[in-house]
Design a protein around this ligand. Structure first.
Ligand code: FCB
Length: 482
């Protein structure tokens, strides 16, 4: 729904000069070529082969075949006009077993990518870990053991020395909440473990790995801009009932505060430590000095935002149903006794994620108020819809255009509120392997015909290109915004 903004005559909102416009992808979701040039297996190669783990038994074996089509994808980025591209390096391409000397052919691939970006004046924004842990390290305990953080530090050193000053921004981890709580808690992601004590330990070891990486990046790449990307949410109680308010506080603690507090305040939230006190090994793995390492100064924060969330206490699910809510059958937070609600009448994406752009604005304002005034990049935002190629050979994804327009407007609202947002990366450049949903969910602004690998730009690609060129957005708010 396009409406003009509340405080302006003109619906056109300009972004500050130098605002970064980007697109994002991740190695396992697009590269394919999983056995080529010395790459070792990752936990996603293993997990995707477990019966029932991924929709349709899909794997990343071929994915978008980006490994062989890199030039074409670079051209798509060039024509789009982005000023930055966020990609991730596959650790098992660099160290096939997660330790030992670098695999030069793996490094060469990323050298070519970075050179191709530079040639097109696109700033490389490199994520060091977007979930493809070498399987050999998982066999030794994965993120549940401290040693994996040490191995990560060695891997970071190799990549930083090899790609060094050619890379503009370094993101240590993508969404450590997903790696720990979905990977080791809910078991929906690789490695598919369901153990709260392990999830909590993984949470800490991932943050420790981040902390260890920061000084390594700073010494290997003088002037490096270093940050971390967190998936954060706006967790709201479904009612004013004290049990629901407490449930929202627990959801917020798990999703947001377990990451924001250690990174920016050097401590874990007391309520969460108490909640997970009996988890084994849980947060007992924290050692003296770890939190000082985890909370070192950064240069930016990456925020991934997709949807808002409304929750109630488990005991009040029936009440919520009677009030007209749909109560999600699958629980996002194992062991928190929280149930997620779907607000009646609110638009959803093909992921069943509710659309509410104002949640992004309030989240950004809260980060500024409670955690940091560092530059913030929206390192991921986008939507899956049931796209199709029409008889004229076009993908007219007006719903994605509306989603992007609303969320970019919400970013502008945050700027108006004085939040230091300096860039926005759309997820994703390409339709790709959407983790446990396989190829059934399309997030791209470029359509990929998976059997042939053919690319086709969607309406949203052209809309985003025009937005970048104009450095402005026609202001829009989502239906049901509050
Ligand atoms: C995020 C992931 C990204 C993609 C989007 C839809 O959680 O970081 O890889 O799958 O969700």
């Amino acid at each position: 729904m396009s409406t003009s903004g509340p405080n302006s005559q003109s619906p056109i909102r300009l972004f500050p000069p130098g605002f970064l416009w980007g697109a994002a992808t991740a190695s396992y979701q697009i590269e394919g070529a999983t056995t080529e040039d010395g790459r070792g297996p990752s936990i996603w190669d293993t997990f995707s082969r477990q019966p029932g783990a991924v929709w349709n038994g899909d794997t990343g074996d071929v994915a978008c075949d980006h490994y062989h089509r890199m030039e074409e994808d670079l051209d798509l980025l060039g024509e789009l006009g982005v000023t930055a591209y966020r990609f991730s390096v596959a650790w098992p391409r660099i160290q096939p077993t997660g330790k030992g000397p670098a695999n030069q052919r793996g490094l060469d691939f990323y050298h070519r990518l970075v050179d191709g970006l530079r040639a097109r004046r696109i700033e490389p924004t490199l994520t060091l870990y977007h979930w493809d842990l070498p399987q050999a390290l998982e066999d030794e305990g994965g993120w549940c053991v401290r040693d994996t953080a040490e191995r990560f530090a060695e891997y970071v050193d190799i990549v930083a020395r090899a790609l060094g000053s050619d890379v503009e921004r370094w993101i240590t981890l993508n969404e450590p909440w997903c790696s720990s709580w979905l990977g080791y808690g809910a078991g929906q992601h690789a490695p598919g473990v369901r153990d709260i004590g392990k999830a909590a330990a993984a949470n800490h070891h991932l943050l420790l790995a981040h902390g260890m990486a920061v000084p390594i990046l700073r010494s290997a790449v003088p002037g490096a801009k270093v940050g971390i990307t967190l998936n954060l949410g706006d967790e709201r109680p479904g009612s004013e009932h004290e049990l629901d308010v407490a449930a929202a506080e627990r959801a917020d603690g798990n999703l947001n505060r377990l990451f924001l507090e250690p990174v920016f305040h050097g401590r874990y939230p007391e309520d969460m430590l108490a909640h997970y006190a009996k988890a084994d090994p849980g947060f007992s793995v924290v050692r003296e000095g770890d939190l000082a390492l985890i909370s070192q100064p950064l240069d930016f924060l990456g925020v991934n935002y997709y949807f808002p969330s409304t929750v109630v206490d488990e005991s009040r699910a029936t009440e919520a149903r009677l009030a007209g809510y749909f109560v999600a059958p699958i629980e996002m937070f194992p062991d928190l006794h929280v149930r997620s609600l779907e607000t009646p009448g609110r638009d959803k994406t093909a992921m069943d994620w509710e659309i509410q752009a104002s949640g992004l604005t309030s989240l950004l304002v809260r980060i500024r108020d409670e955690y940091t005034t560092l530059p913030i990049y929206i390192t991921e935002n986008g939507a899956a819809f049931d796209d199709y190629v029409d008889p004229n050979g076009r993908v007219l994804d007006a719903n994605r255009v509306a989603y992007l327009q609303e969320h970019i407007s919400a970013v502008h609202d945050a700027l108006d509120a004085g939040v230091n947002v300096q860039g926005y990366f759309v997820w994703s450049l390409l339709d790709n392997f959407e983790w446990s949903f396989g190829y059934s969910r399309r997030f791209g602004i470029v359509w990929v015909d998976f059997p042939t690998g053919t690319r086709l730009t969607k309406q949203s690609y052209h809309w985003y290109r025009d937005t970048i060129r104009a450095n402005s957005v026609e202001y829009a708010t989502s239906i049901g915004s509050s």
